[in-house]
Design a protein around this ligand. Structure first.
Ligand SMILES: Cc1cc2nc3c(=O)[nH]c(=O)nc-3n(C[C@H](O)[C@H](O)[C@H](O)COP(=O)(O)OP(=O)(O)OC[C@H]3O[C@@H](n4cnc5c(N)ncnc54)[C@H](O)[C@@H]3O)c2cc1C
Length: 305
């Protein structure tokens, strides 16, 4: 027998936790289903310097406070990976390895995972020199030497952004040509702080406590060489977490949920928030705003039913 709620939220990142705070305060019975760390990507962020109200805060601490607020207003938690979502006559049934939950309404806030390059050292140095977000971590690399891995639009834009802080930015790209727009490529090639390592891939990331160097392989010659770096920014794309819900929403070309102009998904009672949604800025501050908006829309939907 599944438990029945007013709202089930999938994803306990900042978007899902904020939605739970708003729904709890609106006296709606709410459950969050989360497969990993409460706080999502935010919880894995060592230091946030751009979340208003905190000059500096650890992502773990911020996650704990958000969880406390959500549970204080009555939200329940279920640990489990959601594998299936079904629309029923009176709401939704959500299947996870932690149990079955049914609810009148559903908020999908499952985020988007940065793709890895899967080389030795990458996971060992996440938050200690390996980053997947220039806007988030760039300021920690003032006057330091960083590598940017990737050749698409977003990697070149992130490389340009990093020149504000770093003393040198080296773009490591597996091909001789970039996929990015010509205008960005020209800016990159002219920039005095940027150098290119083309036809090259990262083989290994090394260091003691923090990243110190990277082994790079030239894919044409097969030669490998070690280069000193203080940071490695990986921008090889994101995987939006939409698999269990994709039959109920419209996906954008990048695989994110495309909301309608009025903020709805197209399926009555189903809302979405945070990084899983197609938008312009992917940050904690915007995820929190999306969570509040989705909760308010859910509340309005439920009061009409
Ligand atoms: C390295 C890095 C550093 C960052 N630093 C900053 C920063 O300094 N400042 C800032 O504002 N932003 C930063 N960001 C961005 C910020 O973390 C995200 O924009 C924000 O966390 C998005 O919130 P969200 O709730 O939409 O998704 P997430 O935080 O990704 O949370 C989604 C949650 O859903 C869960 N989930 C996914 N699929 C399922 C499933 N099938 N079943 C159950 N649960 C599921 C996940 O486990 C996760 O906990 C950083 C991002 C990265 C990668």
């Amino acid at each position: 027998m599944s438990q029945r709620y007013d709202v089930v939220i999938v994803g306990g990142g900042p978007a899902g936790l904020t939605a739970a705070i708003y729904l709890g305060r609106a006296m709606l019975s709410t459950i969050i289903v989360e497969k990993g760390a409460i706080g999502g990507l935010m919880a894995l962020t060592d230091k946030l310097e751009n979340y208003p109200g905190h000059e500096t805060v650890s992502g773990g601490d911020l996650s704990e406070v958000m969880l406390k607020q959500a549970t204080r207003f009555g939200a329940q938690m279920l640990m489990g990976t959601v594998t299936k979502v079904e629309k029923t006559a009176d709401g939704f049934t959500v299947t996870s390895d932690g149990g079955l939950v049914s609810a009148r309404s559903l908020i999908w806030a499952a985020g988007s995972s940065p793709r890895r390059i899967d080389v030795p050292g990458e996971m060992d140095f996440v938050g200690r020199g390996v980053s997947y977000c220039a806007v988030c971590d760039g300021a920690f690399y003032r006057n330091l030497r960083v590598a940017v891995v990737g050749g698409g639009d977003s990697s070149l834009k992130e490389a340009l952004y990093l020149t504000r802080f770093a003393s040198e930015v080296v773009i490591i790209h597996r091909r001789a040509e970039f996929r990015a727009k010509r205008i960005i490529q020209e800016e990159i090639r002219k920039h005095p702080k940027i150098t290119l390592m083309l036809d090259s891939v990262v083989e290994k990331i090394m260091g003691k406590d923090f990243v110190e160097s990277v082994t790079v392989k030239n894919v044409k010659s097969g030669e490998t060489s070690d280069h000193p770096f203080d940071g490695v920014f990986v921008f090889v794309g994101y995987t939006p977490q939409t698999e269990p819900i994709k039959h109920l929403v419209t996906l954008s070309p990048s695989g994110r949920i495309q909301l309608r102009p009025d903020g709805t998904t197209g399926t009555p009672g189903l809302f979405a928030a945070g990084d899983v949604v197609e938008k312009v800025v992917y940050q904690v501050a915007t995820a929190v705003g999306d969570g509040a908006a989705a909760a308010t829309a859910t509340e309005r939907y439920l009061s009409g039913h």
